[in-house]
Design a protein around this ligand. Sequence first.
Ligand code: PLP
Length: 369
Amino acid sequence: MNLRTPGPTPIPANVRKALSQQMIDHRGVEFSEMQPRITERLQTLFETRNDVLILTTSGTGALEAVIVNTLSPGDRVLAVSIGAFGQRFGRIAETYGAEVTWLEVEWGEAARPEDIGRTLDENPGVTAVLVTHNETSTGVTNPLREIASVVKSRDKLLLVDAVSSLGSLPCPIDEWDLDVVATGSQKGWMVPPGLAMVSMSERGWAASARSKMPRFYLDLSAAKRYLEQGQTPWTPAISLYFALDVALEGLIEEGTAAIHARHARAGDRVRARVKSMGLRLFPADERFASNTVTAIRIPEGVEVADFRKRAREKHGVILAGGQAKLAQTIFRIGHLGHIPDEELDAALDAVEATLETSESTPRVVGRST
Ligand SMILES: Cc1ncc(COP(=O)(O)O)c(C=O)c1O
């Protein structure tokens, strides 16, 4: 099967092999040597000197960790939402009692830094800003560097969901001064789902010391204390650590510039082909189209679920559908991780062939000149 979802990503052979290793004692020597090595490699790829904590949880668990470790009930925060994951981040904050001011942007568009600045000026009580770097549900990448600059010029804490961007798209944490940043193993890291990584700045730790939201399993200060002994507070997903260790070795060897260029090339390749089929990208402005996932409007008369079913059954290509209110409007092609060009092309061939044989609209696909 040609898995073209925006996570989980296909896993390289050496990572699959690492997964099959025998268990080790997570309080023993081998683990305590492996964990600092992984952490250091993550710091290199995150481009940060901040602490990086690894949690056994999915990306959503990491977002919850970000919230409960930095905020208190009643804190006023600004949630910038450009899609389903932006909503989720803000809802987690609401769930734990934060007072959320929403800046909701039309799905398909990126957030405008000036709007964030204005909203912060109108709401001086806000102490933290929640933002999604790459909105996987709409295929839009926010201008995070510019957003960070606006947020930092107003001296607010910046909490970032970089689940589907970090390790794939440029996101230099120290250079952009991002306080708390979360990602998940099943994205560009090319590891199965189940580990989340969180980077925490000095300012993040200061917020954590004041924070009164309840936390136990996701307590980052416990994770930091145990990391100092090469351990985790609770039993970690050891197999996933083996996998991450091997995957990171390859990524470090490749280097961040080459990783980002690889994703930029994949994004360009997919967008060019999609447009040549006469299809419309979902992002309103192509400058903000994501290089990890492409969201495409389904042509009129074609049913997304049926189209995806036929792409899978006839061509072995797994495409993603749209989420929430976009379920009937778009489909998505994931291109995170290492994907041979032939595999991307095969997925795009399948999209074209499936649309051409679409019964309801016999001639939906026409090559633009
Ligand atoms: C931007 C973004 N945030 C959060 C998540 C949630 O991660 P998980 O599904 O691993 O809980 C995802 C997953 O697709 C995502 O793409």
